[in-house]
Design a protein around this ligand. Structure first.
Ligand SMILES: NC(=O)c1ccc[n+]([C@@H]2O[C@H](COP(=O)([O-])OP(=O)(O)OC[C@H]3O[C@@H](n4cnc5c(N)ncnc54)[C@H](OP(=O)(O)O)[C@@H]3O)[C@@H](O)[C@H]2O)c1
Length: 325
């Protein structure tokens, strides 16, 4: 099969991602083989590609060399084989979710990390959803527990996670102030944000304090975020990119957890869970039209490195998808 191949860690996608031939993988117990129609890339794709920050390697992605054929994860496609013990899926089922080495014609996925592809969505849109949509859903619903009428600030609103988070916070009935670059303000307003701030120009918190802050990107200091948060508000640190090879920005998350012990504000962070129930929940919202999957770039498998580059350069609004067939 055609597959993206990734044989060494490196920060430049053009240097470490190529296209080649690989054997079609065989699904094991509890796994499914998916013929991939499309796969999307996200910040996690870059982390696994670069092997940075170093804890990524300890998390099972290879210590000195990449463990997997390629760093793809979010996918949409069709079930073409099932392993022992899989009863939820049959051959021919259209599915979306997360699998190993998804940037290829075929990929193996655990059955518990797949759900039926939402009706009415094409595979490019469905492939855009898994990692970013799950992260946004869990941030809004489980960690921030956003309620109707609350004032919510979303930092990083135009990115992969942000475009879903803005829509989900609006669907929960919140008033949403979104932060992104000025050039993408129109696209974020179109997703339902009530107001958009340009991170290069505007300060946060000048219009009063927020009940909830979802910090998806930007790396603002904790004290600045806490000043913009109501005395009993909730801050959820989803991510934030730094050059730190050792911690890659997670030191701020550790400090938030410590500060959480001594303040009325709730300061937390989380690691998204890839699970079928939440994928099914997202599918329902997509089918109802409550949620859309914004995709700004679609590239063929041979240009997967460019797909990661689009993301790194900040050219995407929402998701970048690799169309496999
Ligand atoms: N906790 C978890 O389990 C989990 C899961 C998934 C992702 N993450 C993390 O979440 C972060 C975002 O991921 P993503 O895929 O959404 O990334 P992305 O698609 O690259 O989006 C980044 C966003 O950050 C915005 N941004 C850049 N500089 C900013 C600033 N100074 N202030 C406010 N916003 C700024 C960008 O705006 P413009 O494009 O308009 O410049 C864009 O909206 C990453 O650090 C990722 O590792 C965590």
């Amino acid at each position: 099969m055609r597959s993206v191949v990734h044989e060494r860690f490196g920060v430049d996608p053009e240097s470490v991602l190529a296209t080649g031939q690989r054997d079609v993988p065989v699904p094991g117990k509890g796994e499914v083989l998916v013929r991939v129609a499309a796969a999307s890339v996200d910040r996690g794709t870059w982390h696994v590609m670069a092997g940075l920050p170093y804890p990524v390697r300890l998390a099972g992605f290879g210590l000195r060399r990449p463990r997997y054929a390629n760093p793809g994860r979010s996918l949409a496609g069709t079930v073409v084989a099932v392993g022992a013990g899989v009863s939820d899926f049959r051959l021919g089922d259209p599915v979306f979710g997360t699998g190993a080495s998804a940037l290829a014609e075929y990929a193996v996925a655990r059955a518990g990390r797949l759900a039926r592809m939402p009706a009415g969505l094409d595979p490019v849109q469905a492939a855009a959803v898994p990692v970013s949509g799950l992260t946004a859903l869990q941030a809004v619903r489980d960690h921030a527990r956003i309620q109707a009428g609350e004032r919510v600030l979303v930092l990083g609103a135009s990115g992969g996670v942000g475009v879903f988070a803005v829509q989900l916070a609006k669907a929960a009935g919140a008033t949403v102030t979104a932060v992104c670059s000025g050039a993408k303000a129109g696209a974020v307003l179109a997703l339902g944000a009530d107001r958009v701030l340009d991170y290069a120009v505007d300060e946060i918190g000048e219009d009063g304090r927020y009940d909830v802050i979802l910090d998806i990107a930007g790396n603002r200091p904790l004290r600045m975020l806490r000043r913009a948060l109501a005395p009993d508000g909730r801050l959820v640190l989803v991510g934030g990119e730094t050059d730190g090879r050792l911690l890659g920005g997670t030191d701020r998350q550790l400090r938030a957890q410590l500060a959480n012990l001594v303040t009325r504000q709730r300061l937390g962070t989380f690691l998204a869970s890839e699970n079928a129930a939440d994928l099914a929940e997202l599918a329902k919202l997509l089918e109802a039209g409550t949620l859309t999957a914004p995709v700004s770039h679609v590239l063929p498998l041979e240009r997967a490195a460019e797909a990661v580059r689009v993301l790194l350069d900040g050219r995407a609004v929402g998701k970048v998808v690799v169309a496999v067939r």
